[in-house]
Design a protein around this ligand. Structure first.
Ligand code: SF4
Length: 358
């Protein structure tokens, strides 16, 4: 791996972020930054400040002391990727899809993330070898490549275009999906040049899945980024994680998913939080999550409802949370297609809830 270029755009110095949030840069903060870097794009910080939502920034972007101590409720491999990596940059958990970790960097580092960033980039040669692995998997049934990371849009247009072109030449790959938070955290990255790269480099435009956590993230610059992508015919979906103290209230999720739907972004997944070490403060109990989603149904049109899913820690992949049944011990069991039955253990919920919106 080689050190890559800095993601586009300016970041706010840590001391200034601390001052705006009214917190201090303690030793705990510095230690937590070794687990997952700290980066605060100026446009995102300014947008949240204008919206009066700096508490959101503190919640999802500023480290908590729990990140620096052992976490018995966390799992080192929370979504079961060990043993499902035919190449260091490739994950295959489903017969027809493969994930390609195209970048390690992010425009902003979300403290709840299970892919603890290493802040280095795969080299072009490493990506080329990963595409070779994808070509082998395509002969074995893989039809879709999901670009993840890190955030794939931290790659510059030249490298991203070359990667899309290489994937477009792999026989059997029908679709490419790009997962990104750039429209939220670094909307200026969604430039005309980027959308021309996305539409001009492959046989078909890729799908873009925007990760978004809170209605305050649907800011004017987000709108511009989404309109630019839509204007070039790029199909858009969204993904969110259900997060205690951020969005675990039906009205707040309704504002988020309704707002996305109005902008032409189809809400796709609401993820139950993964058991990432050091993130217990974000956990929501399964039963409570189900109640929130039931209430949400009354607040949204059908197409604006995402699927509420949990990514199983054994690597079996995502299943609807509705498939989980109490197992009589305070945990859950889930029957998979094919007859396999798994136990799902939930961690105790310690996080505070989101306040109802004003
Ligand atoms: S942008 Fe995505 S990969 Fe990066 S820290 Fe946030 S959730 Fe994780």
């Amino acid at each position: 791996m080689n050190r890559g270029h800095q993601p586009d755009g300016r970041a706010v110095p840590l001391a200034e972020v601390a001052r705006r949030l009214g917190v201090s840069v303690t030793d705990d903060v510095r230690r937590a930054a070794r687990r997952l870097p700290l980066r605060f794009p100026r446009s995102y910080v300014d947008q949240l400040q204008r919206a009066g939502a700096l508490d959101l920034l503190a919640r999802i972007g500023w480290p908590d002391p729990e990140e620096t101590v052992p976490d018995p409720g966390g799992l080192d491999d929370p979504v079961g990727e060990a043993g499902r990596a035919p190449h260091p940059l490739v994950r295959r958990k489903y017969p027809d899809r493969a994930i390609l970790l195209a970048a390690s960097r992010c425009h902003f580092y979300c403290r709840f993330c299970f892919r603890a960033g290493v802040d280095i980039e795969p080299s072009p040669a490493e990506l080329a070898r990963a595409v070779g692995t994808i070509a082998r998997l395509a002969r074995d049934g893989v039809r879709e490549v999901i670009l993840s990371g890190g955030d794939p849009l931290t790659l510059d247009d030249h490298r991203l275009g070359a990667l899309l072109a290489d994937l477009g030449r792999v026989e059997g790959i029908a679709t490419v999906r790009i997962h990104t938070r750039a429209p939220v955290h670094q909307p200026e990255r969604v430039s005309e040049s980027l959308v021309e790269t996305l539409t001009g480099s492959a046989r078909r435009p890729p799908w873009v899945v925007i990760h978004v956590s809170h209605p305050a993230e649907l800011h004017p610059a987000f709108d511009e980024a989404v309109a630019r992508l839509r204007g070039h015919g790029i199909p858009l979906l969204s993904q969110s994680v259900l997060l205690a103290g951020v969005n675990d209230a039906p009205e707040r999720l309704a504002a988020l998913f309704g707002g996305l739907y109005e902008r032409g972004v189809k809400p796709y997944y609401l993820h139950h939080p993964d058991r990432v070490p050091g993130t217990a403060r974000f956990h929501v109990a399964i039963e409570r999550g189900r109640g929130i989603v039931r209430a949400l149904r009354a607040l949204l049109p059908g197409p604006a409802m995402p699927s509420y899913v949990v990514d199983l820690p054994d690597g079996s992949g995502k299943v609807p949370v509705d498939w989980l049944e109490p197992d009589g011990t305070g945990h859950w069991r889930v029957g998979l297609p094919g007859g396999k039955v798994l136990r799902y253990e939930e961690r105790p919920a310690t996080g505070r809830s989101a306040e109802p919106p004003p």
